[in-house]
Write a protein that binds this ligand. Structure first.
Ligand SMILES: [Zn+2]
Length: 188
């Protein structure tokens, strides 16, 4: 970290890893199939455009082959589909106080008399604003739309309007789900 960094422009949650770990994550889904690597963490980083500027990265980048399916992390309602920002083709889901954002997907947004939807015809995906989606449901595919240099999922998470480091949640999910597996097969 260098001293020229400015504070994040958007609110970042002060929720602690312990508070996140206290949730029941048993039903949550890892958000990408064919996951390869975490390529950029939440927090300050050098601008991917090069140069010396730093920026705050409000999400976790997860590399996966172009066309890999993305799974909805937690059951909820699609509150927005979009295809005209740095985030590229994207879907936003609200699950109680949690908002989860999926960026750089394949496909684009269309609209008809029934509303707006994200469509990825080759992937068999059509996601409507207002639609309820279960945890683990396929909501798109990894692509390269928006501001990106390679195929990956940019996954953003907010709790009560404040950004949260998605890696904290993934770690808590892993711990919960490992414990549940041990519990179901341990004492016999
Ligand atoms: Zn990103």
């Amino acid at each position: 970290m260098n001293t020229s960094e400015v504070a994040p422009q958007e609110p970042v949650s002060q929720v602690s890893p312990q508070q996140i770990a206290a949730n029941d994550w048993y039903g949550a889904s890892f958000p990408v199939e064919d996951f390869q690597a975490y390529t950029s963490p939440f927090g300050y980083r050098q601008s991917p455009d090069g140069g010396y500027s730093t920026e705050f990265h409000y999400g976790l980048d997860m590399a996966a082959p172009d066309g890999s399916y993305i799974r909805n992390w937690w059951g909820g309602e699609v509150i927005e589909v979009s295809d005209d920002s740095n985030c590229g083709t994207s879907v936003v889901v609200q699950s109680g106080p949690w908002m989860h954002i999926y960026c750089h997907m394949r496909g684009h947004v269309e609209e008809d008399s029934r509303g707006r939807y994200m469509i990825d015809r080759d992937g068999g995906i059509q996601i409507w604003e207002g639609q309820e989606i279960i945890a683990g449901g396929r909501i798109g595919r990894v692509g390269m739309t928006g501001r990106t240099t390679g195929p990956h999922l940019h996954w953003g998470l907010k709790y009560d309007e404040n950004w949260v480091d998605p890696a904290l949640v993934l770690r808590a999910m892993y711990t919960t789900q490992q414990a549940a597996q041990a519990g179901s097969s341990g004492v016999q």
